[in-house]
Design a protein. Structure first.
Length: 307
């Protein structure tokens, strides 16, 4: 009762009236960049400092899930929030019950790329080759349940092909082996792969987003070049703890949408490898449910389990 009264007292005051904390991924990665750009923008429009708190994935989500629902502890994270619970026996939060979604903020696609020695020029060619050589081709993926791993497994499932995963601890080692033709296929971030594709050292076949991406000019989508309906992107979003007052969610959503619509912010994100996306809280929640259903089947059928 006392905790509830405390929240009510804070929320009775104009929001915000003290610093806000955004909990996110470890420093130095894409998730950290997203949180810092958003934090800087919100600090300017809300008139309060916004502190970025870097934690590991499980700790970040757990901290916010257990925080007071007053709008002062927010979570900026990607698919880990809603897909990791499908790959682990236990996580200390529930993707639906623990959070109040505010908005999708940005997304980044993967590029389907093959070693220069692979005799294909298109997605359709690759699927045909894989069907004639079941179990002989392989793909590189760093991290169980990573964007590249899930993109490849979705591709396999939808194309009906048998391609073997070669796991890597990091993206750099995977790209090195792709360049050396020790692996044949990879779904990689645009920044990590396009320089090699432009020089002819690798062949980029398509981008994994449903629509052509500004991050990969001139590159067709997987869906339009051999596998209709295919889409695999890495969205990031901003969450508050569940039961955060609707007025606070509305204020944060309005400021976030305004921020993401600014040309200079869109350019900042584009330079960092992201495209801005603004959604309503309801649309964000619906996307999470839909992705849990869609990718849950892929994860189960592929036997993906993250210890």
């Amino acid at each position: 009762m006392s905790a509830a009264l405390g929240v009510a007292a804070v929320c009775a005051q104009p929001y915000p009236n003290k610093p806000i904390r955004i909990v996110t991924a470890l420093a130095g990665g894409g998730g950290d960049l997203v949180a810092r750009i958003i934090g800087q923008g919100l600090a300017g429009s809300l008139g309060q400092p916004v502190i970025v708190d870097n934690r590991g994935a499980i700790m970040a989500a757990e901290i916010v899930a257990r925080s007071s629902p007053d709008g002062y502890s927010l979570l900026s994270y990607g698919t880990t929030v809603w897909l990791l619970p499908l790959m682990r026996d236990r996580v200390p939060w529930d993707p639906i019950k623990s959070f109040s979604p505010i908005s999708i903020t940005v997304s980044t696609p993967s590029v389907l790329v093959v070693s220069a020695s692979v005799p294909v020029q298109s997605v359709k060619d690759l699927i045909t080759l894989a069907k004639t050589r079941p179990g002989e081709l392989n793909y590189a993926a760093s991290g169980t349940g990573s964007a590249g791993h899930l993109a490849a497994e979705l591709f396999k499932a939808m194309a009906g092909i048998d391609v073997v995963r070669i796991p890597y601890k990091g993206n750099a080692a995977a790209v090195t082996d792709l360049l050396g033709a020790r692996v044949q296929i990879m779904f990689a971030t645009p920044a990590s792969i396009l320089p090699y594709a432009k020089s002819g050292k690798l062949k980029s076949l398509a981008v994994s987003s449903m629509q052509p991406s500004a991050l990969t000019p001139g590159l067709p989508t997987v869906a339009a070049s051999g596998l209709p309906g295919y889409e695999s992107v890495q969205p990031y979003g901003l969450f508050a703890p569940v039961s955060t007052p609707p007025a606070v969610i509305t204020r944060l959503h309005q400021e976030l949408v305004r921020l993401l619509g600014k040309a200079e912010v869109m350019e900042q994100f584009l330079n960092g490898g992201f495209e801005t996306v603004a959604s309503s809280p309801d649309a964000f929640a619906a996307m999470i449910r839909a992705e849990m259903n869609r990718m849950g089947k892929v994860i189960k059928d592929a036997g993906i389990h993250d210890e």
